[in-house]
Design a protein around this ligand. Structure first.
Ligand code: NAP
Length: 350
């Protein structure tokens, strides 16, 4: 049981990101004082939404410079915080040139650095870490022989060469569980979202979410979608889950934060139902051999297609519903709200 003082400031790492921006906004709306870390607080683009939130909530949001690869970078802004919400980590999909440097180092070293600061700063009582369902399941084929994935499951199949982003999330989370055991002042709760979708407070994020949802606008699926199932969850529900994980004294362990599983075709159907038919929305699933042939053009490996396309996928979200009180929005609503935002932002025609 860990009780966090609601009057103490909360540190949110990667505060300008897609997910973190909603965490920051809801914390402020709940009356909390927030310290958000960003790589460059002086940059002119990409922080407008945080400056607007700071103006709406005078004196309760401050921005602090921190870099995952820099030891002690998070120590000073953490002083006085009881709760740390560590979201910062690169989410890159497709072909990544140097997965060790671009994904694993910032995820793993970054987690080490943030938690070393938590060890140093005596006020910290709880760390909520943004992990992912990809730290639970590496490839959809891993479902074979199971009804669903639960918090007891770990991704044991991803490597630097195969599924490097899932690998980065898995090694970072494992390290966090190892570090927390080395002391008894603060506890750790991990949040495991599926693909996060829904409206964004920032247009500057490089999150893999936008690449995936962009495939419903760039005609890459127009002739047929891969029969690929994925966990889908609304960004607003993910943000609420982080906050509930922080302030619910009995929250503990891992929480699968996923609304439902949708295939690419399910997403297309949901978009068609709300926006009508558009040429970029796929009407059919393409045969697996064809997807495999075209995989490199789409930045995928043939091994990824082999081990993921055509397999069912299911996650048990009952712990999150019960312990954190999250009433998940249906995936169709979230993907629709995401697409609506692309229309509002002028990315696609209305
Ligand atoms: P995002 O918008 O790209 O946010 C990532 C954040 O990490 C950004 O604020 C980024 O800062 C920061 N960051 C990256 N490298 C850094 C470094 N070297 N030093 C300091 N900060 C660094 O992506 P997101 O989708 O919101 O992801 C947030 C978290 O959710 C990540 O841990 C991700 O793995 C997890 N997650 C996301 C999804 C999803 O579908 N989106 C699903 C499951 C889990 P800059 O703005 O300066 O680049």
């Amino acid at each position: 049981m860990t009780k966090i003082d609601p009057a103490a400031p909360v540190l949110v790492t990667g505060g300008s990101g897609y997910v973190a921006s909603w965490v920051v906004r809801y914390l402020l709306e709940d009356g909390r004082t927030v310290r958000a870390t960003v790589r460059d607080p002086k940059k002119l683009k990409g922080l407008e939404h945080l400056h607007a939130l700071a103006a709406e909530h005078p004196g309760r949001l401050t921005l602090h410079r921190a870099e995952l690869m820099e030891p002690n970078s998070y120590t000073e802004p953490m002083v006085g915080c009881e709760l740390v919400i560590h979201t910062a980590s690169p989410f890159l999909l497709g072909k990544v040139k140097n997965p060790q440097k671009q994904l694993v180092d910032p995820a793993l070293e970054g987690t080490r650095n943030v938690l070393a600061s938590a060890n140093e700063v005596g006020s910290v009582k709880r760390v909520v870490l943004t992990s992912s369902v990809v730290a639970i399941c590496g490839d959809n084929v891993d479902m074979v022989g199971k009804d669903q994935f639960t918090e007891d499951d770990w991704n044991t199949t991803s490597t630097l060469d195969h599924q490097p982003y899932p690998f980065s999330k898995t090694v970072a989370e494992r390290e966090a569980w190892k570090i927390v055991k080395g002391q008894d002042r603060w506890d750790l709760v991990t949040i495991h979202p599926g693909l996060v979708v829904g409206p964004s407070l920032t247009a500057a994020s490089k999150s893999g979410t936008f690449r995936t949802m962009g495939s419903f606008t760039d005609f890459s699926l127009a002739t047929g979608a891969p029969a690929l199932q994925m966990g889908v969850v609304d960004v607003r529900d993910v943000a609420r889950a982080h906050i509930a994980a922080g302030y619910t004294p009995q929250a503990h362990g891992r929480y699968i934060t996923n609304a439902e599983t949708m295939s690419m075709l399910d997403i297309s159907r949901a978009l068609r139902a709300r926006f009508g038919w558009r040429p970029a929305f796929p009407l059919i699933e393409a045969p697996k051999p064809l997807i495999k042939l075209a995989a490199p053009v789409a930045g995928l490996t043939r091994k990824f297609v082999e081990l993921n396309v055509g397999y069912p996928l299911k996650f048990d979200n009952s712990r999150t519903v019960k312990d954190l009180g999250i009433d998940f929005r249906p995936g169709a609503e979230s993907v629709g709200d995401h697409f609506q935002q692309m229309i509002d932002d002028g990315i696609v025609r209305g």
